[in-house]
Design a protein around this ligand. Sequence first.
Ligand code: FAD
Length: 315
Amino acid sequence: MPLLRQPLLMLARSQHVKQLVSTMPVSSGIVRSYVPGETTGSAVDVTAQLVDDGMQVTLDHLGEDTVDVEQAEATVAAYLDLLAELGQRGLARRAEVSVKLSAVGQALPGTVHGGGHKIALENARTICRAARNAGTTVTLDMEDHTTTDSTLAILRELRQEFPETGAVLQSALHRTEADCRELAHEGSRVRLCKGAYLEPEEVAFQDRTDIDRSYVRCLKVLLGGSGYPMIATHDPRMIQIAGTLASRYGRQRGTYEFQMLYGIRPLEQQRLAESGETVRVYLPYGSEWYGYLMRRLAERPANLSFFLKSLISKK
Ligand SMILES: Cc1cc2nc3c(=O)[nH]c(=O)nc-3n(C[C@H](O)[C@H](O)[C@H](O)COP(=O)(O)OP(=O)(O)OC[C@H]3O[C@@H](n4cnc5c(N)ncnc54)[C@H](O)[C@@H]3O)c2cc1C
């Protein structure tokens, strides 16, 4: 099954397959299990339910690799609507947003309106301001390694005005332990994940064991530092090691949190929350679910047969 990871991650970037697969209604079982809704209203309803169950939430308006300025602006508008609704419904204290910079312009060519980096920075700034006004925060998702320098540079800029902005680092990348050291300072929110993208061996560990070892080294840096680590994994071993390290470094609960994706190991999410840990659920919503779904299938190819059946029946 691990052999399927590479082709699935390559398909995640195929426009042809995207067109075919995207004709599936979102209600198809497998899509629905990872992406509970298409609209802001439905995402906020699910958020309210999760909050009632003792969880915190980070919402992601799906979309990525935008090469159209108007589309990037539409994504910003969607985040502004979402943040307004979270504020109005009194959910902003427990629900924040996650933003992919490639959805707000980072992938635009260098010459358009000063280039993708600059457009993404200004769009992300607009979202951070709205989040601050609503009483919540933004975390910048991390995409493939070609975007890491630009994303961390945008993070540094945003943190001058919005120091609460969170970063994501991926243990699959060779550079990440060093990036963790840079970011393990007071007030710095860092989500540590393994990494969901297909990366070349020049920049990334290829072997699962090496990625896990790197994850543990990064956990030591973040939990031993003075920032706010956000431990994003479903891996029972990593969760257990994180708990042990948190005690070893004298971390009080609430000075770090666990994060998991919506629909993955919900019983473990509940168990951790009931044991007194802070647990945040990553909740993606919207119609642009194709890339997100393919990355989830690549992590768990056992789901592929369900997916193919729903694709064929298009129910
Ligand atoms: C909150 C959050 C935010 C993330 N943000 C980013 C990001 O910004 N950039 C990025 O590159 N990656 C991101 N990821 C994805 C991450 O990099 C991994 O690809 C993903 O979490 C799977 O790795 P794992 O740590 O759960 O370990 P794995 O070793 O992949 O999985 C451990 C166990 O978790 C369960 N599991 C894992 N994946 C699935 C699945 N799809 N379906 C069902 N069960 C599953 C299985 O029981 C599996 O045995 C994020 C993950 C989380 C939880």
